[in-house]
Design a protein around this ligand. Structure first.
Ligand code: AVI
Length: 344
């Protein structure tokens, strides 16, 4: 971890942190549409400490950058989860059972579900849910093309807000959720419990297959969120670029640094954007001043133990089924059966 210390007195200050690539600030504007992003972004800058929900990373650019993070050698969660899925797909499919409707929360590019679908030819309907409509539609089209018999029903929604699922497909025996990628860890504790409770209500008679990242050597975690190619840094800084694109904000991203570090007491990686110089940014008719070292907290990525995950799942009303792990025990795919009940 770098200290907040200037490296050179003359050049732009980088405080030991990775400087951002050059950016094109846009003119400030007060007439950007009143979107959830605008409301949340302004509120985030007014709050102390400044903090925004990581769901706002995922515009089309951010979603593409996230896909690139998953390909970085240091970012082990995606390939580790894929390897667990590939190895145990038959066992997992046996738990899910025949004629299920599959609901995927935070589907993204729908890569992992393909491994499961191969082992579950009787799936009635696949409902990928994602906040990024563009990304979702692209993934759904690819899947329809590759699996012409599959009923793919994409839902562009923020599933942390109320939303409705399509009715069960004809002949569906159960509704099963999948939540890959340890995205549960991007919620705070209350949100995670709320999400799991909602899922337990929606998936009655079925269950939830959830992938979570486990507590491990902090050096491994540090590298995963500070990849050498700087893709995670670009992903983080894209939040400011998104504010420039959508809200006419005037952020100069060269004056901000990506900062990610593991917090052992909370067992989570925290990601921040840190101002490198004093600056004033106009946004939504207001001026926001930043001093060197000021932070915008952009993400928490909670790491779990099997015990902490299971305690949370039980609290939300799930039962505890088998878990599938990689040989290093870095990542877990946990089956959480729901109490019996009809498909609604
Ligand atoms: C989507 N989510 C589980 C990722 C994570 O690891 O927390 C997001 C991410 N942030 C930086 N790198 C990846």
């Amino acid at each position: 971890m770098s200290a907040l210390k200037p490296q050179t007195p003359s050049a732009p200050l980088t405080y030991g942190l990775r400087p951002a690539p050059a950016a094109q600030p846009r003119p400030a504007s007060n007439d950007a549409p009143d979107t959830a992003f605008r409301r949340d972004f302004v509120a985030a800058l007014l709050r102390r400490p400044r903090r925004i929900s990581p769901k706002h990373f995922y515009d089309a650019v951010g979603s593409d950058l996230f896909d690139r993070i998953c390909e970085q050698p240091e970012y082990y969660p995606t390939r580790t989860e894929m390897a667990i899925l590939a190895r145990h797909a038959e066992d997992i499919a046996a738990r899910i059972g025949p004629d299920a409707d599959l609901i995927e929360f935070g589907a993204g590019s729908a890569l992992k579900i393909r491994l499961l679908l191969d082992a579950l030819p009787s799936v009635r309907r696949y409902v990928p849910i994602d906040i990024s409509a563009e990304h979702l539609e692209r993934a759904a089209q690819g899947l329809r093309h590759d699996r012409p018999g599959l009923d793919v029903h994409p839902l562009a929604a923020d599933f942390t807000q109320p939303f409705s699922l399509p009715p069960p497909a004809e002949g569906a025996r159960s509704r099963v959720g999948v939540y890959f990628g340890s995205s549960l860890g991007n919620f705070d504790a209350d949100e995670a419990l709320r999400f799991l409770r909602t899922a337990a209500g929606l998936l009655r008679g079925g269950g939830l297959l959830i992938g979570v990242d486990l507590v491990k050597d902090p050096a491994v975690l540090h590298a995963a969120y500070n990849d050498a190619a700087g893709v995670t840094a670009r992903f983080n800084l894209n939040l400011l670029e998104r504010a420039n694109r959508e809200l006419g904000a005037g952020f100069d991203t060269r004056l901000w640094a990506h900062y990610a570090c593991y917090q052992p007491l909370a067992q989570r990686v925290e990601m921040h954007l840190i101002a490198l110089e004093r600056q004033v940014v106009r946004l939504a008719g207001q001026c926001f001043e930043f001093a060197p070292g000021d932070s915008l907290h952009t993400e928490n990525s909670q790491k779990y133990t099997l015990e902490s995950l299971r305690a949370l799942a039980r609290q939300a009303g799930f039962g505890i089924g088998p878990v599938w792990l990689d040989t290093q025990r870095w990542f877990a795919l946990q089956w959480l059966p729901c109490c019996a009940g009809a498909v609604h």
